[in-house]
Design a protein around this ligand. Sequence first.
Ligand code: NAP
Length: 329
Amino acid sequence: MTDTISSKMLILGSGPAGLTAAIYAARAGLEPIVIQGMQPGGQLTITTDVENYPGFRDTIQGPWLMEEMQAQAEHVGAKMVWDQIVDVDLSQRPFRLKGDGGTTYVGETLVIATGAQAKWLNMPSEEHLKGRGVSACATCDGFFYRGKKVVVIGGGNTAVEEALYMTNHSPEVILIHRRDHLRAEKILQKRLFAHPNIKVMWNRAVGSFVAGGEPEKLVALELVDASGAPAERIEVDGAFVAIGHAPATELFRGHLELDSDNYLRVDVGSTRTSVPGVFACGDVMDKTYRQAVTAAGTGCMAALDAEKFLAEAEFEEAQHAPEPETVAG
Ligand code: NAP
């Protein structure tokens, strides 16, 4: 027998967007169910220091912040379930989501907060060495490279933070960037350039990841210059790809409108998607700001938009309900 779980509001994803939506929806009496995916808590659970979430003078830890948000959501009545959604039916309300264990989730509204995932360079040698020297998360895997030489690839905040983080483990960190300047925030750049254990290689990209040893693992990188011509080979023990993120929207392709970069399209100034009753918040719909605090902000908006939608739908239904029959007495 397969289970069916129903709610006025299903929330898919449990990062700052999903959990903020849950807090607002629970406080509005909507008894939301939060379906946590593969990474409960979202990207902040693989971050270490957080210094820009308002309300905390001292540096806080990403995983701790997410534990607190989840505890707050549960405290006000949100329910958490862990499942991997494999199929959605948004063709009519209530919406139906299918979990990989066979559970069906039925929601009068749906808030999508599935976030984004790390991008890869998508080259065969990278694929071959994933988990054997090539990673997309220094805070997850950095520990394995204690005392070793590593590179971080990318020029944004993530790359710079990962390079700085790796200095906790590694005596030699090289940041490899394809251009001659970084897009990371100035405060992070300042820390990076001031760090004695970090070297930056400008105008370089990875031509291939080189395998060696027994068992086979990453031993070197073949680099190319800005024109794509072979440049140098550097011996390394670990490489962290930190070139940005892609929205987790595959599940909704063909069901909801996506933009040209695969982000969920929402009406300007709201979280309404192309299907009435389905709302999107956080990194899955925001390719501009992508901050924990903006994700939380749009999570709040999604809950308020969904609450308003439900109130209007209930009003409409009451208007169209058949007149109760009067019994002649
Ligand atoms: P990002 O800002 O999009 O930066 C991606 C970097 O990777 C860019 O420097 C880009 O190079 C490079 N890149 C992209 N594709 C590449 C490829 N195929 N080969 C080589 N290099 C490539 O991504 P992000 O650093 O993950 O940051 C995403 C968002 O999250 C940003 O809004 C950021 O501010 C935010 N964030 C904030 C914090 C924080 O506030 N503490 C921490 C992490 C992330 P180009 O510069 O040449 O385009």
